[in-house]
Write a protein that binds this ligand. Structure first.
Ligand SMILES: NC(=O)c1ccc[n+]([C@@H]2O[C@H](COP(=O)([O-])OP(=O)(O)OC[C@H]3O[C@@H](n4cnc5c(N)ncnc54)[C@H](OP(=O)(O)O)[C@@H]3O)[C@@H](O)[C@H]2O)c1
Length: 241
Protein backbone atom coordinates (compact mmCIF):
# COMPACT_ATOMS: atom_id res chain seq x y z
CA UNK A 1 0.00 0.00 0.00
CA UNK A 2 1.05 3.58 -0.64
CA UNK A 3 0.87 6.75 1.38
CA UNK A 4 -1.13 7.02 4.59
CA UNK A 5 -4.14 9.32 4.21
CA UNK A 6 -6.55 10.43 6.91
CA UNK A 7 -9.95 11.74 5.88
CA UNK A 8 -11.95 13.49 8.59
CA UNK A 9 -15.67 12.78 8.47
CA UNK A 10 -14.74 9.92 6.18
CA UNK A 11 -17.45 7.41 7.03
CA UNK A 12 -20.39 9.05 5.28
CA UNK A 13 -21.25 11.26 2.29
CA UNK A 14 -18.45 13.09 0.52
CA UNK A 15 -15.82 11.78 2.95
CA UNK A 16 -16.71 8.19 2.22
CA UNK A 17 -16.37 8.75 -1.52
CA UNK A 18 -12.97 10.39 -0.92
CA UNK A 19 -11.76 7.43 1.17
CA UNK A 20 -12.76 4.95 -1.50
CA UNK A 21 -11.21 6.91 -4.34
CA UNK A 22 -7.90 7.52 -2.55
CA UNK A 23 -7.58 3.83 -1.90
CA UNK A 24 -8.59 2.76 -5.41
CA UNK A 25 -6.91 5.43 -7.51
CA UNK A 26 -3.92 6.41 -5.35
CA UNK A 27 -3.33 3.11 -3.57
CA UNK A 28 -3.39 4.93 -0.22
CA UNK A 29 -3.66 3.32 3.18
CA UNK A 30 -6.75 5.23 4.23
CA UNK A 31 -8.04 5.90 7.73
CA UNK A 32 -11.49 7.45 8.08
CA UNK A 33 -12.34 9.61 11.06
CA UNK A 34 -15.84 10.13 12.41
CA UNK A 35 -17.47 11.83 15.40
CA UNK A 36 -20.15 9.70 16.99
CA UNK A 37 -22.24 7.65 14.57
CA UNK A 38 -20.78 4.22 15.44
CA UNK A 39 -23.39 2.38 13.40
CA UNK A 40 -22.49 4.25 10.19
CA UNK A 41 -18.79 3.70 10.92
CA UNK A 42 -19.28 -0.03 11.48
CA UNK A 43 -21.23 -0.34 8.22
CA UNK A 44 -18.56 1.68 6.40
CA UNK A 45 -15.74 -0.63 7.54
CA UNK A 46 -17.81 -3.71 6.82
CA UNK A 47 -18.49 -2.55 3.26
CA UNK A 48 -15.09 -1.04 2.42
CA UNK A 49 -12.55 -2.71 4.70
CA UNK A 50 -11.22 0.77 5.58
CA UNK A 51 -10.21 1.42 9.21
CA UNK A 52 -11.93 4.13 11.24
CA UNK A 53 -10.86 6.31 14.15
CA UNK A 54 -13.34 8.14 16.34
CA UNK A 55 -12.57 11.64 17.59
CA UNK A 56 -13.98 15.15 17.54
CA UNK A 57 -11.95 17.26 15.08
CA UNK A 58 -12.84 20.31 17.16
CA UNK A 59 -11.05 18.91 20.23
CA UNK A 60 -7.38 19.91 19.95
CA UNK A 61 -5.97 17.33 22.40
CA UNK A 62 -8.08 14.51 20.99
CA UNK A 63 -6.82 15.28 17.47
CA UNK A 64 -3.15 15.29 18.52
CA UNK A 65 -3.54 11.98 20.37
CA UNK A 66 -5.53 10.30 17.62
CA UNK A 67 -3.12 11.31 14.86
CA UNK A 68 -0.21 9.98 16.90
CA UNK A 69 -2.06 6.70 17.34
CA UNK A 70 -2.80 6.51 13.59
CA UNK A 71 0.91 7.05 12.87
CA UNK A 72 1.90 4.34 15.37
CA UNK A 73 -0.57 1.93 13.77
CA UNK A 74 -0.19 2.74 10.06
CA UNK A 75 2.88 4.95 9.51
CA UNK A 76 3.44 8.68 8.93
CA UNK A 77 0.40 10.65 7.79
CA UNK A 78 1.28 12.13 4.40
CA UNK A 79 -2.16 13.16 3.22
CA UNK A 80 -4.82 14.99 5.25
CA UNK A 81 -8.29 15.66 3.91
CA UNK A 82 -10.18 18.02 6.20
CA UNK A 83 -13.71 17.09 5.27
CA UNK A 84 -15.60 16.88 8.59
CA UNK A 85 -18.27 19.53 8.71
CA UNK A 86 -21.61 20.32 10.29
CA UNK A 87 -24.39 22.86 9.81
CA UNK A 88 -26.44 24.60 12.52
CA UNK A 89 -28.54 26.93 10.37
CA UNK A 90 -30.57 29.92 11.48
CA UNK A 91 -30.68 33.64 10.85
CA UNK A 92 -28.39 35.73 13.03
CA UNK A 93 -31.28 36.85 15.21
CA UNK A 94 -32.18 33.24 15.98
CA UNK A 95 -28.70 31.73 16.10
CA UNK A 96 -27.38 30.83 19.55
CA UNK A 97 -23.76 31.31 20.52
CA UNK A 98 -23.50 27.51 20.81
CA UNK A 99 -24.58 27.10 17.17
CA UNK A 100 -21.97 29.64 16.10
CA UNK A 101 -19.26 28.04 18.23
CA UNK A 102 -19.97 24.43 17.24
CA UNK A 103 -19.74 25.23 13.53
CA UNK A 104 -16.55 27.28 13.91
CA UNK A 105 -14.88 24.67 16.14
CA UNK A 106 -15.74 21.76 13.88
CA UNK A 107 -15.44 23.18 10.38
CA UNK A 108 -12.59 25.65 10.81
CA UNK A 109 -11.01 24.62 14.12
CA UNK A 110 -10.79 21.07 12.80
CA UNK A 111 -8.52 22.20 9.96
CA UNK A 112 -6.15 23.93 12.38
CA UNK A 113 -6.09 20.99 14.78
CA UNK A 114 -5.37 18.45 12.02
CA UNK A 115 -2.66 20.62 10.47
CA UNK A 116 -1.00 21.08 13.88
CA UNK A 117 -0.88 17.31 14.31
CA UNK A 118 0.60 16.51 10.89
CA UNK A 119 2.39 19.49 9.31
CA UNK A 120 5.72 19.11 11.17
CA UNK A 121 6.06 15.49 10.05
CA UNK A 122 5.28 16.42 6.44
CA UNK A 123 7.89 19.17 6.63
CA UNK A 124 10.55 16.79 7.98
CA UNK A 125 9.84 14.26 5.22
CA UNK A 126 9.69 16.94 2.48
CA UNK A 127 6.30 15.89 1.10
CA UNK A 128 2.71 16.43 2.14
CA UNK A 129 -0.78 17.08 0.87
CA UNK A 130 -3.55 18.89 2.72
CA UNK A 131 -6.95 19.29 1.10
CA UNK A 132 -9.62 21.29 2.91
CA UNK A 133 -13.26 20.95 1.99
CA UNK A 134 -14.80 24.41 1.91
CA UNK A 135 -18.13 25.28 0.32
CA UNK A 136 -19.86 27.36 -2.31
CA UNK A 137 -21.56 29.04 0.66
CA UNK A 138 -18.17 30.14 1.98
CA UNK A 139 -17.52 31.80 -1.39
CA UNK A 140 -20.92 33.34 -2.00
CA UNK A 141 -22.53 33.53 1.48
CA UNK A 142 -25.92 32.05 2.27
CA UNK A 143 -29.00 33.31 4.09
CA UNK A 144 -29.30 31.63 7.49
CA UNK A 145 -25.69 30.49 7.58
CA UNK A 146 -23.49 33.21 9.06
CA UNK A 147 -21.71 30.53 11.10
CA UNK A 148 -21.20 28.06 8.25
CA UNK A 149 -20.34 30.72 5.63
CA UNK A 150 -17.81 32.32 8.00
CA UNK A 151 -16.18 28.98 8.84
CA UNK A 152 -15.99 27.89 5.20
CA UNK A 153 -14.75 31.28 4.08
CA UNK A 154 -12.15 30.98 6.84
CA UNK A 155 -11.08 27.65 5.38
CA UNK A 156 -10.31 29.32 2.08
CA UNK A 157 -8.11 31.92 3.83
CA UNK A 158 -6.47 29.25 6.00
CA UNK A 159 -5.65 27.30 2.84
CA UNK A 160 -3.93 30.22 1.12
CA UNK A 161 -1.88 31.14 4.20
CA UNK A 162 -0.76 27.59 4.98
CA UNK A 163 0.05 26.98 1.31
CA UNK A 164 2.62 29.78 1.55
CA UNK A 165 4.16 28.18 4.63
CA UNK A 166 4.25 24.67 3.15
CA UNK A 167 5.49 25.40 -0.37
CA UNK A 168 9.21 25.27 0.32
CA UNK A 169 8.84 21.93 2.12
CA UNK A 170 7.01 20.09 -0.66
CA UNK A 171 3.67 20.44 1.08
CA UNK A 172 0.71 21.60 -0.98
CA UNK A 173 -2.44 22.96 0.63
CA UNK A 174 -5.57 23.34 -1.46
CA UNK A 175 -9.30 23.65 -0.99
CA UNK A 176 -12.30 22.33 -2.81
CA UNK A 177 -15.52 24.31 -2.73
CA UNK A 178 -18.35 21.89 -3.47
CA UNK A 179 -21.71 23.12 -4.64
CA UNK A 180 -24.81 21.21 -3.57
CA UNK A 181 -23.97 17.51 -3.37
CA UNK A 182 -26.44 14.69 -2.85
CA UNK A 183 -25.59 13.62 0.74
CA UNK A 184 -27.31 13.38 4.15
CA UNK A 185 -26.42 17.05 4.76
CA UNK A 186 -28.39 18.17 1.71
CA UNK A 187 -31.18 15.65 2.38
CA UNK A 188 -31.87 17.74 5.50
CA UNK A 189 -32.78 20.74 3.30
CA UNK A 190 -36.59 21.02 2.86
CA UNK A 191 -37.80 19.85 -0.59
CA UNK A 192 -39.21 23.22 -1.77
CA UNK A 193 -35.92 24.95 -0.85
CA UNK A 194 -33.94 22.25 -2.67
CA UNK A 195 -36.04 22.64 -5.82
CA UNK A 196 -35.21 26.33 -5.89
CA UNK A 197 -31.52 25.56 -5.40
CA UNK A 198 -31.41 22.99 -8.23
CA UNK A 199 -33.15 25.49 -10.52
CA UNK A 200 -30.10 27.75 -10.06
CA UNK A 201 -27.54 25.08 -11.01
CA UNK A 202 -26.72 25.43 -14.73
CA UNK A 203 -25.88 21.73 -15.03
CA UNK A 204 -29.41 21.06 -13.76
CA UNK A 205 -28.80 18.59 -10.95
CA UNK A 206 -27.13 18.07 -7.59
CA UNK A 207 -23.50 16.96 -7.62
CA UNK A 208 -22.33 13.50 -6.64
CA UNK A 209 -19.91 12.77 -3.80
CA UNK A 210 -17.72 10.91 -6.30
CA UNK A 211 -17.29 14.15 -8.27
CA UNK A 212 -15.72 15.84 -5.23
CA UNK A 213 -13.59 12.76 -4.57
CA UNK A 214 -12.10 12.98 -8.08
CA UNK A 215 -10.93 16.52 -7.34
CA UNK A 216 -9.31 15.44 -4.08
CA UNK A 217 -7.60 12.55 -5.80
CA UNK A 218 -6.02 14.90 -8.33
CA UNK A 219 -4.88 17.39 -5.68
CA UNK A 220 -3.11 14.74 -3.59
CA UNK A 221 -1.32 13.23 -6.58
CA UNK A 222 2.33 13.81 -7.46
CA UNK A 223 1.18 15.43 -10.72
CA UNK A 224 -0.42 18.26 -8.70
CA UNK A 225 2.83 19.40 -7.08
CA UNK A 226 2.62 22.87 -8.70
CA UNK A 227 -0.96 23.38 -7.54
CA UNK A 228 -1.07 25.01 -4.12
CA UNK A 229 -3.18 27.64 -2.41
CA UNK A 230 -5.94 27.06 -4.94
CA UNK A 231 -9.64 26.58 -4.50
CA UNK A 232 -11.23 24.15 -6.93
CA UNK A 233 -14.93 24.93 -7.38
CA UNK A 234 -17.01 21.84 -8.18
CA UNK A 235 -20.54 23.17 -8.32
CA UNK A 236 -22.20 22.54 -11.69
CA UNK A 237 -21.64 26.18 -12.64
CA UNK A 238 -23.75 27.56 -9.78
CA UNK A 239 -21.15 30.11 -8.69
CA UNK A 240 -18.36 31.41 -10.93
CA UNK A 241 -15.77 34.04 -10.19
N1 LIG B 1 -23.26 18.03 0.94
C1 LIG B 1 -23.06 19.20 0.37
O1 LIG B 1 -23.85 19.63 -0.50
C2 LIG B 1 -21.88 20.03 0.70
C3 LIG B 1 -21.69 21.23 -0.01
C4 LIG B 1 -20.57 21.99 0.28
C5 LIG B 1 -19.68 21.58 1.25
N2 LIG B 1 -19.91 20.42 1.92
C6 LIG B 1 -18.93 20.05 2.93
O2 LIG B 1 -18.43 18.74 2.64
C7 LIG B 1 -18.10 18.09 3.86
C8 LIG B 1 -18.82 16.75 3.92
O3 LIG B 1 -20.21 16.96 3.83
P1 LIG B 1 -21.26 15.77 3.76
O4 LIG B 1 -22.48 16.34 3.13
O5 LIG B 1 -20.62 14.57 3.18
O6 LIG B 1 -21.54 15.54 5.32
P2 LIG B 1 -22.32 14.37 6.08
O7 LIG B 1 -22.94 13.42 5.10
O8 LIG B 1 -23.18 15.06 7.07
O9 LIG B 1 -21.13 13.59 6.84
C9 LIG B 1 -20.38 14.29 7.79
C10 LIG B 1 -19.21 13.45 8.27
O10 LIG B 1 -18.46 14.30 9.16
C11 LIG B 1 -18.33 13.66 10.42
N3 LIG B 1 -18.25 14.67 11.48
C12 LIG B 1 -19.16 15.62 11.81
N4 LIG B 1 -18.72 16.34 12.87
C13 LIG B 1 -17.50 15.84 13.20
C14 LIG B 1 -16.55 16.12 14.21
N5 LIG B 1 -16.74 17.11 15.11
N6 LIG B 1 -15.43 15.37 14.28
C15 LIG B 1 -15.21 14.37 13.40
N7 LIG B 1 -16.08 14.04 12.40
C16 LIG B 1 -17.21 14.76 12.31
C17 LIG B 1 -19.54 12.77 10.53
O11 LIG B 1 -19.32 11.75 11.51
P3 LIG B 1 -20.57 10.96 12.19
O12 LIG B 1 -21.05 9.99 11.15
O13 LIG B 1 -19.97 10.30 13.38
O14 LIG B 1 -21.59 11.99 12.52
C18 LIG B 1 -19.62 12.24 9.09
O15 LIG B 1 -18.67 11.21 8.89
C19 LIG B 1 -18.49 19.05 4.98
O16 LIG B 1 -17.36 19.79 5.38
C20 LIG B 1 -19.49 19.95 4.32
O17 LIG B 1 -19.57 21.20 4.97
C21 LIG B 1 -20.98 19.64 1.67
Amino acid sequence: MGRVAIVTGGTRGIGRAICERLREERDCTVVANYAGNDEAARKFTEETGIATVKFDVGDYEAVQNACKQVEDDHGPIEIVVNNAGITRDGTLLRMSYDDWDAVMRTNLGGCFNMAKATFAGMKDRGWGRIVNIGSINGQAGQYGQVNYAAAKSGIHGFTKALAQEGARFGITVNAIAPGYIDTDMVAAVPEPVLEKIVAKIPVGRLGKASEIARGVSFLVSDQAEFVTGSTMSINGGQHMY
